[in-house]
Design a protein around this ligand. Structure first.
Ligand code: F3S
Ligand code: F3S
Length: 87
């Protein structure tokens, strides 16, 4: 059950989450950051760090934000996968 970055990150990209992730599995896309679902170790460190509460465990993602679960996965298989965050 990986953690998921949802809509509130769009346009904000605070990146506080990036600093605390012990396995560097948070990547930067054009409009938001994404957590690689196969690399996330579910440590939970990132979730409280986000100032706009964009991060949820997969099971806790609110109903209206459920599409972000697939988005966080599919984006890594796209032609323009997210890269290392710009700090
Ligand atoms: Fe986005 Fe929050 Fe991280 S705004 S970059 S999920 S700290
Ligand atoms: Fe990284 Fe842990 Fe979050 S592995 S993405 S800080 S749950």
């Amino acid at each position: 059950m990986p953690y998921i970055i949802t809509e509130a990150c769009i346009g904000v990209k605070d990146r506080a989450c990036v600093d605390v992730c012990p396995v560097d599995c948070i990547y930067e896309g054009e409009d938001q950051l994404f957590i690689h679902p196969d690399e996330c170790i579910d440590c939970g460190a990132c979730e409280p760090e986000c100032p706009v509460s964009a991060i949820y465990t997969e099971e806790d993602v609110p109903e209206n934000l459920r599409p972000f679960i697939a988005k966080n996965k599919d984006i890594f298989d796209s032609e323009t996968p997210p890269g290392r965050p710009n700090k």
